[in-house]
Design a protein around this ligand. Sequence first.
Ligand code: DLL
Length: 435
Amino acid sequence: MWNEPVQTMPRARLSALQLARLQQLVATLYERVPFYRDAMAGLGVTPGDIHTLADLALLPFTSKVNMREGYPFGLFAVDPGEIVEVHMSSGTTGKSVVDGYTRRDIELWSDVMARTLDMGGVGRDDVVQNAFGYGLFTGGFGVHYGARALGALLLPMSSGNTFRQLTTMQDFGSTVLTCTPSYAMFIAEHARDQGIDLAALNLRVGFFGAEPWSEGMRAEIETKLGIRAYDIYGLTELIGPGVGAECPEQDGLHIFEDAFYPEVVDPVTGAPLPDGEQGELVLTALAREGSPVLRYRTHDITYLMDGPCRCGRTSRRVHRLMGRDDDMLIIRGVNVFPQQVEEVLLRIQGVEPHYRLIVDREGSMDTLTVEVEMSESMFSDEVRTLMVYERRIESDLKSALGIQAKGVLVNPKTIERSEGKAKRILDRREVTTHA
Ligand code: DLL
C-alpha cells in the first residue's frame, strides 16, 4: 500500500495528528490571512480556543464567494515567491477560484494521488492514459503527479481527440484510463463505432470523477471497457483530485484524512451531523501551505460512513456523492438529484446511457422532461413500441423516485457528448423565478 503508515495509522494517532495540524493551521491563517483573522474575530474565536477536534465547529466556514473575493492572491498563506504552480476553477459562474501550490503542496498532491491510483494497484508496469484535461483544471496534473510518484508510464493525453485516444490505447497497450465518467462513455461509443472491442485491449482499471455518476454508470463503464472503475473525488479549492477515493472494496470513498478533515453539516443551519446522516460535505485542508482552506462548504451531498473498512485503511469514508445541492431539482415538491434519474434510466434495457434533464415551469410548478437516446436498433421500431418505452421511463421514475416526469426518446447521437464534465440539466425556468 502506498504510504501505508499514514493510511493504516491507528485512529487515536490519526486524531492527534489532525488536531496538531488543525491548531497549526488556525494559527497560521490567523496570523497571515486577513480574511480568516476577520472571520474568526467576527465569531469571537482565537487560535488559543482550539483544544479538540470538536472545536472545529467554533471556526468560520469558507464559501466559494469568499474565495472569489480573494481573487487572485488574497487567500494565500505564504509569500507569492513560494508559490510554484497555480490551478483554477473554470469560473463559468463568476470569478475563478485560485489554488496556489508551494513545492510541498505539490509533494502532498503527488502523494494523495499516488494513494488514489494505488487503490487500483497501479505501479511501475502500468501504462496510464490520462484523459483528464491538462491546464488550469486540476484533473490532468493531479493524475500526472500521482502516476509519476508511482513510477508508471504516463501518457499525458488530456481530454479530447477521441480517435487518437483509441489508437494510443491500442499502440501503447494502456492498462489504466483516467477521465470523467461521461468521457469514458464517449470513448466507449467511439470505439464501438470504429469496431474496436475495448474489453479485448490491455485496459484493466480506470479512475473516474470530477462529476457525479451512478452505480449504473459504473456497471456500463466496467462492461464496455472491460475494467474495474473507481470513483475519485476532489475539488480545486482543496487541492484538486486526491481528496478521497474508493479502495478495492468499492464501498464509499476514503478521505485522505491526515490532509483533509471531513465534516458533514446541515446545509441550512450549518450544524454538524452525525455519521450516516446525509448533508453537505465540509472540508478543511489540514496540510496545505499555499492556499489552505478552513471548513470549505463544498455543496456536495453525502454522508460519513460508520466503522472501519475491510481494506485495512483507517481513514473514514464518505458515501458516493449524490450530487451538488445546487443541482438538486424539486419537482412538484419531490427532491431529486440527476444521478438518481440516471440510475433509473440505466436499468431500462434498450435505452442508451445518454440523457438530458429539462426543467420548465408551468405556473408555479416545476416540470421535468427526461430525454434519453434510443439505441440504434430501436431506431427502426414502430412508434407504438417507442411509446411503450416512454411510458416505462415515466412509470419507473414514478415508482423509484416518486417524481412525475415526461419520458421522451430521442434519436441516437442527438444528445451532446462531453469530453470533460457533462452538462445534463437544461434549466428553462425564467431567471426571475429563481429570486
Ligand atoms: O473536478 C477535481 C477532480 C478532477 C476530481 C478529477 C476528480 C477527478 P473542480 O473542477 O473544482 O475539481 O470541481 C469540483 O466536482 O465539488 C463536486 O461537485 C464534483 N466532483 C468531483 N469529483 C466528484 C465525484 C475537480 N467523484 C466539484 N463524484 C466537486 C461526484 C464530483 N462529484
